[in-house]
Design a protein around this ligand. Structure first.
Ligand SMILES: Cc1ncc(COP(=O)(O)O)c(C=O)c1O
Length: 401
């Protein structure tokens, strides 16, 4: 057992949703610790009121909590100001927001560069933008071990590129991109860098300033927080220059039928009553993982992914995808067995994995399979979960011969 075992052994007890279940689907959504559930219950219970509008004390207190959550999020990713944090529904909404506001400043002849391993939420918003503006989309290839090929990406960049948009950590493979290098390459040709940080924030410390990103997007529910809340971070100067997105209450300064003026960022991008309790729950989740330490979580998940890969490799007719140093996510396929059948048999053994294309169909084409089985780890997992996974795989082998 590694040095982190005592921490994670006690972490399982923090999660009322787990008991003795081997939950290996954290990349889809993480289970919630009691601290987050308590924060949500209290925010919907004795603390509940609207924000930003009420003149009564409860509303003022809730407004303070909501804005404190923004501050927690800013500190969590080392933003230079809480005003750089826009609360959104999740990573999908964050990327669509950028495409539909900042992106509308692009024109035919401009290009954006993605990679082959992107989640659909970092592909389709750009295709919609392409349909509206006439921009072109380029796609950087992967290396043989399924990382973004950063040499090729650099070589593809031209002054026509206005944006590079890539995942920090692949949701299928756990491969980690060298974001600082990609940022330097993007900036060298005058392009901005958007990072889909959905799978990075739950498993490694993220410092948006050190990375040199311009936009960073993630969802709360993969970070042990609630669904329906996430963060779009953008550098202050970029955010301030972006036109409004959805119109409605809260995002305005003054409204007349002749002319409306808009609030500064981030309020300008938060039309309507926000997900107040979601923001409070997200801050509780950030406090929870920060107290464990993101470096410890990263090391722990890599350790579990490493053992899983080493043992799965011994199973003949099983193909492993992704790099050896995968950060907490392991995808594989078994010859002659559909990943859904693997998932169903593992479920009977008390092991939850994900089977499918993981919203990354272009990546499946690169891997040469329609779907994979994916085990992804979290703070509540330990080596017993890997052992159970392997016992389940042995049963799959027995059943399918
Ligand atoms: C890498 C990555 N990007 C984006 C998303 C979309 O996140 P959400 O559905 O929470 O908006 C996911 C979710 O699976 C993901 O793993």
């Amino acid at each position: 057992m590694n040095a982190l075992a005592p921490i994670t052994a006690s972490r399982r007890a923090d999660f009322p949703g787990i008991a003795d279940w081997s939950y290996l689907d954290t990349a889809a959504t993480a289970q919630k610790p009691q601290a987050v559930i308590d924060a949500i219950a209290s925010a919907y219970g004795p603390e509940y009121a609207t924000v930003h509008r009420g003149v009564y004390a409860r509303s003022a207190a809730m407004t303070e909590r909501f804005e404190a959550a923004r501050n927690t999020a800013a500190c969590f990713i080392n933003a230079s100001s809480p005003n750089e944090i826009v609360f959104v529904r999740g990573a999908t909404e964050a990327i669509n927001l950028v495409a539909q506001t900042w992106g509308m400043g692009l024109k035919a002849g401009d290009r954006i560069l993605l990679s082959r391993l992107e989640h659909h939420s970092n592909i389709v918003p750009w295709q919609l933008l392409r349909d509206r503006t006439g921009i072109e989309i380029d796609v950087a290839p992967l290396t043989a071990d399924h990382r973004i090929d950063e040499d090729a990406l650099e070589a593809m960049l031209t002054p026509a590129h206005r944006l590079v948009a890539v995942a920090h950590v692949s949701n299928v493979l756990g491969s980690v991109a060298d974001i600082a290098r990609i940022a330097r390459a993007a900036h060298a040709v005058g392009a901005k860098l958007l990072v889909d940080g959905c799978q990075a924030v739950p498993r490694m410390g993220v410092d948006v300033q050190a990375l040199g990103a311009d936009f960073y997007a993630f969802s709360g529910h993969k970070l042990y927080g609630p669904t329906g809340i996430g963060v779009l971070w953008a550098r202050g100067d970029i955010l301030l220059a972006m036109p409004p997105w959805q119109g409605g209450g809260s995002m305005i300064e003054t409204v007349t039928f002749e002319k409306t003026t808009y609030a500064p960022a981030p309020t300008r991008f938060e039309a309507g009553t926000p997900h107040i309790v979601g923001a409070v729950g997200l801050a509780a989740a950030m406090d929870y993982v920060s107290a464990i330490g993101l470096d410890a979580i990263d090391a722990h998940e890599r350790h579990l992914a490493g053992i899983a890969r080493a043992e799965l490799r011994k199973v003949n007719s099983l193909r492993l995808f992704g790099p050896e140093d995968s950060s907490g996510i392991v995808s594989f396929a078994m010859e002659g067995v559909h990943p859904h059948d693997i998932g169903t048999i593992l479920d009977e053994e008390g092991v939850a994995i994900r089977a499918g294309h993981h919203c990354a169909q272009p990546l499946m084409d690169v891997l040469g399979v329609p779907a994979t089985a994916r085990a992804s780890f979290g703070v509540y997992n330990d080596e017993s979960d890997v052992e159970r996974l392997l016992r389940g795989i042995a049963r799959v082998k027995r059943i399918f011969g």
